[in-house]
Design a protein. Structure first.
Length: 202
């Protein structure tokens, strides 16, 4: 499916991000309504306080993707199927990039976009240990962050939704990298810096 991607990034203090975008009780409450609650090692409920993770770092770098589907194409597929196809492909690409960033910055920790989907069925369903602990990561929303607010405040992007089986103008993904004692690139609180763009026709 043809689509184009614009990638954004920005950085800020974790203290500012937590104060403006993190409300653990509120958003973990939303998680309880999700089928992954209690069925995914990277999703709630946790045996730790999510705030302890946030407070362990000084800086957060946000990575956002704005994916614009081509007007033509996608015949025979619903809008939801087309959106999932694009999002899944870009999510895998973004995971690879984040893990590479971790390698470059010792002590950093990445948060993936959305729930962990590295395995077809999470080992937690059968009460087994995580099969891919070296790659599995939490998402920022699983640790109590308001993704919609974070995207708007720090990247200047809105979350748009499918309506009447029609794709929105664009789709979005947001992930993050946390670190301390490193020189993260500075960013603007009113909109993320465009880092690169590309077109996918696969």
């Amino acid at each position: 499916m043809n689509y184009s991607v614009i990638a954004y990034s920005t950085a800020c203090d974790v203290e500012d991000f937590v104060a403006s975008c993190v409300d653990v009780p509120k958003f973990l409450g939303f998680c309880r309504e999700c089928h992954n609650y209690g069925n995914n090692w990277m999703c709630p409920p946790f045996d730790f306080d999510p705030l302890d993770i946030w407070r362990s770092y000084e800086k957060i770098k946000l990575f956002g993707l704005r994916m614009t589907p081509a007007r033509e194409g996608g015949e025979g597929k619903s809008a939801a199927e087309r959106a999932k196809e694009i999002i899944s492909k870009e999510k895998r690409r973004l995971i690879g990039e984040l893990l590479e960033e971790e390698k470059k910055i010792p002590g950093s920790l990445s948060f993936f976009a959305g729930s962990c989907e590295l395995c077809p069925v999470c080992a937690k369903v059968t009460n087994e240990p995580c099969r891919r602990p070296a790659m599995a990561r939490h998402s920022i929303e699983s640790l109590g962050a308001d993704v919609s607010l974070a995207m708007k405040r720090y990247l200047g992007l809105d979350i748009l939704w499918i309506k009447d089986d029609r794709l929105p103008e664009y789709l979005t993904l947001v992930a993050a990298l946390l670190g301390s004692g490193v020189d993260f690139a500075s960013g603007s609180a009113s909109g993320g810096r465009i880092t690169h763009s590309y077109r996918d026709s696969g």
